[in-house]
Design a protein around this ligand. Sequence first.
Ligand code: KG4
Ligand code: ZN
Length: 341
Amino acid sequence: MRVLGIETSCDETGVAIYDDRAGLLAHAVYSQVEIHAEYGGVVPELASRDHVRKTLPLIRQVLEDAGLARASIDGVAFTAGPGLIGALLVGSALGRSLAWAWKVPAIGVHHMEGHLLAPLIETPAPEFPFVALLVSGGHTQLVDVIGIGRYRILGESLDDAAGEAFDKTAKILGLPYPGGPELARLAESGDPKRFRFPRPMTDRPGLDFSFSGLKTFTLNTLNKELAVSEDSQRTKADIARAFEEAVVDTLVIKCRRALRETGRRRLILAGGVSANRRLRERMDAAIAAEGGETYYPRPMFCTDNGAMIAFAGCQRLLAGQTEPLAFHPRARWPMGELPPV
Ligand code: KG4
Ligand code: ZN
């Protein structure tokens, strides 16, 4: 089965074609970074309007890249939530309509399930069951994954998501949007020994997270240091490094704990923050030391993309699940509500 996947939940338009036998045939992502940079964050209305402009041309491009005619598409998958409702409506309306016009089934995909299954596009793909750490701009979750749609949430963020903490801290440091990768870049030149930030909620049992205190810690440290420091750039790099170390350490501690508690050996990481180099290095070493294995999507499939939606949609369509003509995008959508495959 060949599935066209459409992702428009936030500020990236992603389109891809996944074939359950041949794998990924083509994919393209258009990022709206330049549009939102001027405002320091995503402006939902501008995001929706740009998806309206970009999605169809991107679909044409991907069909052409794959050397396929429309008639060879067997199903259409689109992100139906969670996300910005206007942005979701664009991809959902377009995806559902194309499927109707092409007389093929359609499926609304859960964005976080897309992220969670993204490592399965890669080789070697992890086998079920595994523990998943989902770290994106909107979510931080540890999930016990028994199979597709069989998810048990082990822990989640009580306040800011990991990506959100990166973005807000980057803003405090005066870095441009999108802050996560910018902060990671600045942290490269930072001294890890100069400051030590707290590792929130690691000193008590449980698998929940809380990252919002780290931005206050950043702000206080920055204000105190800038008042006495001669080299503000150096200070900012050192703070960025300390922040990154704290988030990475916290995520590593909780993942190790999740594997021990569930008895699983395999850990997958997905979502934008899983593109972070230091997180990957430290997680690989920590999990290998426990005799476990780590899996990631390639960096471009860590952040939002159409490939993960095409893949997840393909699995559900193969299982006979479909979206009715009266499609139903949802800004909020708990992953535990998904049906098993
Ligand atoms: O999964 P994603 O593309 O979109 C959401 O579903 O939210 O994740 C975006 C998030 C942003 O917060 C971004 O700053 C963060 O992932 N991010 C990173 C890195 N690359 C993206 N955070 C830290 N280090 C990175 N290299
Ligand atoms: Zn995402």
